[in-house]
Write a protein that binds this ligand. Structure first.
Ligand code: ADP
Length: 247
């Protein structure tokens, strides 16, 4: 899915949170949004998903306007999957019920056999078939993570939005999941505040600071930014030091 954002602005009350965000993403592309806590990353994802409306700006999804002053396409018609940091699995539903919920709620009804087929394909791929009757609270964090991914991917979304979903995993597991993300054949926006993730994913990175896109490019290209805010932030992350760059 192609995505195009033009001059997206958002404020809460009088406080500006996003300031003239321009961004474009090609079908199948992986973009990482890097920025400190409070810089507006989640707000931007929520606006793309249609869960928030910008005060100004245009969003075009696969050539169709999803948001401008006159048009607002609701989240369920945007073909977008989102995984939040807390995963948001339903605790009272089994793994099977969690994963199949989106399919069961589809406007165009799918019969139970087809739902089973789709769910089984995805759970086999993620190695979670044996947990189908368990409840999320009985699973480890890594297992829950797989369930959350399966639940999003079972709907085959054109765009997958990942809001720091791996921040609670230990390094080995996180590494494994980042590889998994790289292997997915979907357009993805991955949000993080950690330099490890951008180096591991090695995708295009958009650096968001105080609601403004300060730089965009591959990790090694970010050092060419002239923005002093971006330089300060990257220095904090010791990106320069890790990669033997000179500030
Ligand atoms: P990040 O994901 O980068 O940590 P957020 O997008 O969550 O940043 O938040 C950006 C800013 O917007 C923060 O200052 C936050 O307090 C504020 N904010 C987010 N949601 C709301 C809301 N619903 N009402 C008021 N302020 C909000």
């Amino acid at each position: 899915m192609d995505l195009y954002l033009e001059k997206i602005n958002k404020r809460y009350g009088k406080t500006p949170v996003l300031n003239d965000i321009n961004l474009s993403l090609k079908d199948g592309e992986l973009l990482t949004i890097l920025g400190p806590s409070g810089s507006g990353k989640t707000t931007l994802l929520r606006i793309i998903a249609g869960l928030e409306r910008p005060n100004k700006g245009k969003i075009v999804i696969s050539g169709q306007i999803a948001n401008n002053p006159d048009i607002l396409i609701p989240p369920q018609r945007r073909d977008i999957g989102m995984i939040f940091q807390n995963l948001a699995l339903w605790p009272h539903m089994t793994v099977y019920e969690n994963i199949s919920l989106g399919l069961r709620n589809r406007k165009k009804k799918i019969n139970n056999n087809d739902i089973n087929k789709i769910v089984f394909q995805v759970v086999e791929r993620f190695g979670i078939k044996r947990y189908l009757d368990r409840y999320p609270t009985t699973l480890s964090m890594g297992e829950r993570q797989r369930v959350a991914l399966a639940r999003a991917l079972v709907l085959d979304p054109g765009l997958l939005l990942l809001d720091e979903p791996f921040s609670h995993l230990d390094w080995n597991l996180k590494d494994e999941f980042l590889d998994l993300i790289k292997s997915l054949n979907t357009t993805i926006i991955y949000v993080t505040h950690q330099v490890f993730d951008i180096l591991r994913l090695n995708s295009k990175v958009a650096l968001l600071i105080d609601g403004k896109l300060e730089a965009i490019g591959k990790p090694e290209e970010l050092i060419n930014t002239t923005s002093s805010k971006a330089k300060d932030f990257l220095r904090c992350l010791s990106l320069y030091k890790d990669r033997n760059f000179n500030s």
